[in-house]
Design a protein around this ligand. Structure first.
Ligand code: DGL
Length: 271
């Protein structure tokens, strides 16, 4: 069956981190309409309790999908995916692609078998994450660093603020201070905000440390669903909209970065 419109993909995160995923989807599948939704009213997710977060994600997705029906939903947030995926898949009637820590590919590429796990404080302790480590990185030493401030630095960077080098150094210090830290050759960027700081992270960790994220794998998974649903990109010129759950003046400071990523339209869905 062929559609008379582009496939519509809802990419959802607490803040701007999911733009790192949206970028990969645009790269692999140009010609889709992307709705990028940031739940800025409830940002950040990484310090929220589990019951609160499940309820929030449910509420926001209901609201967004009611107003903007989509063909595919991408939960572009490790913190939300590692907790809410079973609930969302059970309660929403569309294909759901979740973003979870790229521990399996990281363990595969690491030669030293010492890998870092950089995520929000919530993601590093999720049973889902611990299970990934047990299943795919049992032969590795995993150094977990859960940090909420790094998320804020990524948000600020997209608003034009240069990340503070001293803060970065102190956030990453647990890697250097770990007894196996010198042997670490791979770090999993297990928060979608962190690829936005790739250059700064490489500067501090060194070029010998590979930074592994889930972006490309997620875009390929989206491709699987486009194919399965026989959705055809490129029917019309793509229309990309950035949505926020809270109207705030701060959104204006994001406009240049959003425009760079092809999001020229900005809207608010108050939740
Ligand atoms: N971008 C989200 C993630 O991938 C979390 C950011 C937050 O704490 O809200 O985990």
């Amino acid at each position: 069956m062929s559609y008379k419109r582009n496939p519509r993909i809802l990419v959802f995160d607490s803040g701007v981190g999911g733009l790192s995923i949206a970028q990969e989807i645009q790269r692999l599948h140009p010609g889709c309409d992307l709705i990028y939704a940031s739940d800025n009213a409830a940002f950040p997710y990484g310090t929220k309790g589990e019951t609160e977060l499940i309820a929030r994600v449910d509420l926001v997705l209901r609201r967004l999908l009611d107003e903007h029906p989509a063909d595919i939903l991408v939960i572009a947030c490790n913190t939300a995916s590692t907790l809410t995926l079973p609930h969302v898949r059970r309660c929403f009637d569309l294909p759901v692609v979740g973003v979870v820590p790229a521990i399996k590919p990281a363990a595969r590429v690491s030669h030293s078998k010492v890998i870092g796990l950089l995520a929000t404080p919530a993601t590093v302790v999720r049973p889902y994450t611990l299970q990934l480590m047990e299943d795919y990185a049992a032969d590795c030493t995993v150094i977990p660093v859960g940090n909420a401030e790094l998320v804020q630095l990524a948000e600020a960077k997209l608003r034009g603020v240069i990340p503070d080098q001293r803060r970065l150094k102190s956030i990453l210090a647990p890697f250097a201070n770990h007894p196996q830290g010198r042997r670490m050759d791979t770090v999993v960027l297990a928060c979608t905000h962190f690829p936005l700081l790739r250059a700064e992270l490489t500067q501090h960790l060194g070029p010998h440390v590979a930074l592994v994220d889930s972006g490309e794998a997620i875009a390929r998974r989206v491709g699987h669903w486009l194919h399965t649903l026989t959705l055809e990109p490129g029917i019309q010129a793509p229309r990309n909209v950035a949505m926020f759950t809270l109207r705030s003046g701060d959104i204006d400071t994001l406009a240049p970065a959003l425009a760079d990523l092809g999001f020229n339209e900005v809207a608010t869905v108050p939740v």
